[in-house]
Structure formats: structure tokens, C-alpha cells
Ligand binder design. Structure first.
Ligand SMILES: *Cc1c(COP(=O)(O)O)cnc(C)c1O
Ligand SMILES: [Zn+2]
Length: 407
């Protein structure tokens, strides 16, 4: 692992040798990768621009060797959103469209890095505890890499998530319980069996893949930072690593200015970090999830404590969306900008709207909303609108009588 000098505890700073480890032996804090200075120095705008159109263009800021035979996730479109912006009173709104990834969510980014690390450590089995999208990505990337995949999911997942995962033929294990039960079980398994759990024993590597979203946003804005980013939050991993990514770009002199204000979006039925931020006591109290946004249904978020620090440090806010608002958010996004996002996108757009109404954004500030997953996997949420509005016989008369009148 040439690029990674060592692992270091985020809480107490104790260094650890590079390996498939994720907790500090001294204080049980989470481990982070620490890069060789020579690798970081390689990160110039020119080198990045000449790299592949995937996450691997940021190779010197990632903790694994680039894989040129993988599914090449990342480098997804950053599109201006003038019609949604007009509705919300924002002149410079952009959407980062991660629905175009190989398995239609941002999880392809983290899994690609996890697979590269799993290969380097010599693992044969790639596993995960998932709320759906991670299982989907693990199954696909493992198939591509010739690894065996075993994915653990909570009961009651959307049919679309199970189907789009099963097609790659991993072993899909439905666990009776919530995601938090699944995660606890997988943590026990990872301690006993030599499997690579993408988001458990490979978490220090996996989580770094999140940074590529922020890297792309800055590069696609012409190496400028936005003023605000609205981010859907489950475990808090993407949220925390977005701050780290912008800090790295600033530290390396690849961009100027200051870290954007990072705003967290959670479903009202599972908002432990938003609640803790509101209380202001710095403690995340686990909740039992009850929300249509199953991809964000983590009641005991691994990075919750650090997410609270990120939101405070960057001057962001946390806001929540009810199930009804989530569905409205999905429809608003589709109807104004032609992007069919999943329930997590509905959370993001609903929160974006609330923050705009609350006056959090200046009219000329650059606002980026992260659209992290595709709507075809969560059809249940919008199923009631799924019927043709008009049915006619194949005649011009019916067309003129019934269709023209309705357009
Ligand atoms: C996993 C996921 C997130 C955020 O996950 P974190 O655990 O907070 O990093 C956001 N959106 C979608 C669609 C996801 O699948
Ligand atoms: Zn420690």
C-alpha cells in the first residue's frame, strides 16, 4: 500500500500499521489513513485533468492503487439547475448527479476503493452491512473483480434494491432486524472470519472514496469551491469526508477560499444527528428508524459524533424531511430538472427547499445539492403516480377530444 504511510486514530492520534483494521487498540476510536507526503505532492490540477474520467483521476489522494479494470465509477455530471433554482429563488444552484454511477448510487465510489484495498490485502470474499445501495455496489464490483460477495441487509428493503443486487449473484442475507442489528452482527463476523467487510474492517479505506464527490464538484466548478453543499446523511461518512476533501484541496493549494458550509439532510423518521445538533449537547442518541428513505435509515450512525463537529465547524445546519416531503422532493426534482432520484434525493431536495425558504442561502451564492441515488430502485415511494392519466382508442378523434384538451 505505497500511498498510505500508516493508519492513525481519529480520537487519540495513536498510529497503527497499515492493514484491514478500523478501531484504535487504545481508545476504540476510528482509524483514518495517513498518506505518504510524496503521494500528496503528485496531486496537481494538470495531473488530475489528464487522468481517467473516474474516481481514479484523484489517485494520489486515495488510499489504494487505481484499478483500470474496474467499473470506473465517478466523474458524474455536475449540472446547473435553473428551473429548480427559480422555484427556490436560487440563481446558482447545481446538482451533482450520482445516479449515473455503475450501480446508480454514490456507493460505487466507496466500494471501488474498498475492492482495491481488499485485493491488496489478499481477501477472497467481499462483504458488507447495507441499507441497500451498498449491497448493490458490493455485488457488482465483486463480480467484476472476481471476488465472492456476501451482503447483509435488514428485512423489508425495497424490491428494486434486492433485485438489482441479486442479479450479480452474491449471497444475499436478510437479517431479522434493523440496519443497526445487521451492522452489529457483521462487526462480530468480521472479528471472527477473514472476510473484507467494505464498511467495517476496510472502513478507513472505503470511507476515503467519499472524498471524490467533493473533489469533482471543485474541479467541475473550474477549481472553485461552492458556498454551500446539501448532503444526505445516514452514517455521516459522506458528510464528514466532504469536509476532509475540501480541506485537502485547500491545503494542497488546488483551490482557494474557505470550506463551504455543509448542510445535513436527514429523514424526520431517522434523524439522530439532526436531533443532537438541535439539542447542542454533542451526543448522538440512537433512534429506531421509521422512514420511507430506507437508504438513510441508520439509527446509530458510526460517524455521528464527527458529523456534529463538521456541521458546527463549517457553519452548516441540519434539517429534516417527513415522508410526504420526501416524495414531494423526488417529484419536484424530476419535474423541474429531469432527474429521477431515490428517496434520499427526495430528502436532499426537500431540505434544500426548506433551507432556501429559511433564507440560509444568499441569492448569488453557489449551492450544490448531492443527488446520491436513482429513483428506479425506490419505485414504491412514487407508485401511486404510476398510471397513465388518459386512455384512448387509437384514433385522431379520441386524441383531439381527450388529449389536446388536457395538455
Ligand atoms: C449511503 C447513502 C448516503 C449517505 O451515507 P453515509 O452513510 O452518511 O455516508 C446517501 N445517499 C444514498 C443514496 C446512500 O445510499
Ligand atoms: Zn485512539
Amino acid at each position: 500500500m505505497g500511498r498510505v504511510a500508516q493508519l492513525r486514530c481519529r480520537a487519540c492520534g495513536t498510529p497503527h500499521p497499515v492493514g484491514p483494521e478500523y478501531v484504535c487498540e487504545r481508545c476504540f476510536g476510528p482509524l483514518e489513513v495517513e498518506y505518504e507526503a510524496s503521494s500528496l505532492r503528485e496531486a496537481t490540477r494538470e495531473r488530475i485533468a489528464s487522468g481517467p474520467r473516474s474516481i481514479w483521476r484523484y489517485r494520489s489522494l486515495l488510499p489504494a492503487e487505481p484499478q483500470d479494470d474496474d467499473l470506473q465509477p465517478g466523474f458524474t455530471p455536475l449540472v446547473p439547475a435553473p428551473r429548480l433554482g427559480e422555484r427556490l429563488g436560487l440563481r446558482r444552484l447545481y446538482l451533482k448527479n450520482d445516479t449515473t454511477n455503475p450501480t446508480w448510487s454514490f456507493k460505487d465510489r466507496v466500494v471501488a476503493v474498498a475492492v482495491a484495498a481488499a485485493r491488496a490485502f489478499g481477501f477472497r470474499v467481499l462483504a458488507c452491512a447495507s441499507t441497500g445501495n451498498l449491497a448493490n455496489a458490493v455485488a457488482a464490483h465483486a463480480a467484476r473483480a472476481g471476488l465472492r460477495a456476501v451482503v447483509f441487509v435488514p428485512q423489508g428493503l425495497e424490491a428494486g434494491k434486492v433485485l438489482t443486487t441479486s442479479v450479480y449473484e452474491p449471497t444475499v442475507v436478510e437479517v431479522e432486524g434493523t440496519y443497526d442489528d445487521v451492522n452489529r452482527l457483521c462487526t462480530e463476523i468480521a472479528g471472527e472470519h477473514p472476510w473484507a467487510f467494505a464498511n467495517i474492517n476496510l472502513r478507513p479505506f472505503y470511507s476515503e472514496g467519499c472524498k471524490t464527490l467533493a473533489f469533482e464538484v471543485a474541479e467541475q466548478l473550474g477549481w472553485r469551491l461552492p458556498d454551500h453543499v446539501v448532503i444526505p446523511v445516514a452514517s455521516g461518512n459522506l458528510f464528514v469526508k466532504t469536509e476532509k476533501a475540501f480541506a485537502e484541496l485547500l491545503g494542497l493549494g488546488l483551490v482557494e477560499g474557505k470550506t463551504p458550509r455543509l448542510h445535513g439532510a436527514q429523514p424526520a423518521g431517522c434523524a439522530p444527528i439532526a436531533a443532537a445538533h438541535r439539542r447542542g449537547d454533542g451526543q448522538v442518541t440512537p433512534v429506531r428508524p421509521q422512514t420511507v428513505a430506507k437508504s438513510l435509515a441508520i439509527g446509530n450512525p458510526a460517524d455521528g459524533y464527527y458529523a456534529l463537529q463538521t456541521v458546527r465547524r463549517t457553519g452548516g445546519v441540519f434539517e429534516v424531511a417527513t415522508d410526504e416531503e420526501i416524495v414531494e422532493g423526488m417529484k419536484l426534482l424530476a419535474q423541474t430538472e429531469g432527474i429521477f432520484g431515490e428517496t434520499a434525493a427526495g430528502v436532499t431536495v426537500a431540505v434544500l427547499r426548506k433551507l432556501a425558504e429559511a433564507g440560509v442561502f444568499g441569492a448569488d451564492e453557489v449551492v450544490v445539492a448531492l443527488i446520491t441515488g436513482a429513483g428506479l430502485k425506490t419505485l414504491e415511494a412514487v407508485a401511486r403516480g404510476g398510471r397513465p392519466a388518459i386512455r384512448i382508442r387509437p384514433t385522431l378523434k379520441d386524441f383531439e377530444g381527450q388529449v389536446l384538451a388536457a395538455v
